[in-house]
Design a protein around this ligand. Sequence first.
Ligand code: ZN
Length: 419
Amino acid sequence: MPETVFEVDVDAPPDEQPDPIVNRWHPDIPAAATVEPGEKFRVECLDWTGNQVENSDNANDIRDMRLDPNHHLTGPIEIAGAQPGDVLVVDVLDLGPFPDNEWGFTGIFELDNGGGFLTDHFPDAAKAIWEFDGVHTHSRHIEGVHFPGCVHPGIIGTCPSHELLAEWNERERELIEKGPESPEGVNHETGDDQPPLALPPEPNEVMLGAMDDDRVEEAAKEAARTIPPRENAGNCDIKNLGRGSRVYLPVFVEGAKLIVGDLHFSQGDGEITFCGAIEMAGWLDLKVDVIEDGMEKLKTDHAIFKPGYQDPDFSSYVVFEGYSVDEDGTQHYKNANVGMRRACLDAIDYLTNFGYTREQAYVILSTVPVESRIAGIVDLPNTCVTVSIPNEVFEFDIDPDKLWDGPDTADRSDVAKPT
Ligand code: ZN
């Protein structure tokens, strides 16, 4: 077994961990451990909320979630000799939940506290708990679903340089200041009743690993939130980045400072409920190497990914199509976001034919290995997005041919709600 260089305790609060948690991107976070190129090592990770969610049948914890301290991450791991301009090669050797903690959760966040992709259709908090049986998972809150997950880290990345961090903060602040009337059309559905456009640095509940307290105060004002993916990969949520994957990460600071976490037992493309995968705590075995001057050799200043070969092999899908016309009938110009919404909403309506509530269907789309694609981006004015649900994840057949005689009214339990 590779040596564990970062430990967590799922029974302790985030600020009482064996190794100090990090929840922001910043160049000056001290390394929690140092490894040599070519070395295999193990790291442990809290779930992204830092133990805020219980294995229970109410969603009070999702409703009352403190969002400022998320994501709770592992690192930074310093790679000896890595220099800015290099590329860090990270092999995901193996990963999984802790053997005595084989469960995970999915949350629908309230509109006023986190929201989600379809938050205007699902404004209330809800939760589903998943139990793991080896490679399979099932939920007492969504009966009739049983499938092999695609276990992966939602977040993997290198720390930004001071210059890159300043660039992130500037461009995201500009977007926030431009507000919901931005001519690019990206904000067309935002407003007072919607989550913010971006998350500026939030000093509240910052954790910067082992950084000295007197230094943290200053760094907290500029340390970037870990919510969006950026040049350093970060919260990329690529569901196929499992066992056997290789990730090439640009190096922006000395030692590269690798940070990982937000482990998922499974996820659908898009992770649409926001707390949207099957979120879990667990362990990750990694091996790292360094390509000297790799950014120039690979001609890249972004991450490059080679997913592994160990994903579930589904063969039969039911596919939904969305395009750039929203649910009010308004025509948008080549808008993939609207296309994705429409495809998801149609898929949700469809799944209610089999006895699921709309909340259950929303969680199913977010957690089972759904494939989402941009089918066509050139056919004015509609960008076509497809959402493909693998039929094999259900213990029954969701083929449209099964509905010729009308819906299946089976009782499939329900998601947990706040009490
Ligand atoms: Zn996650």
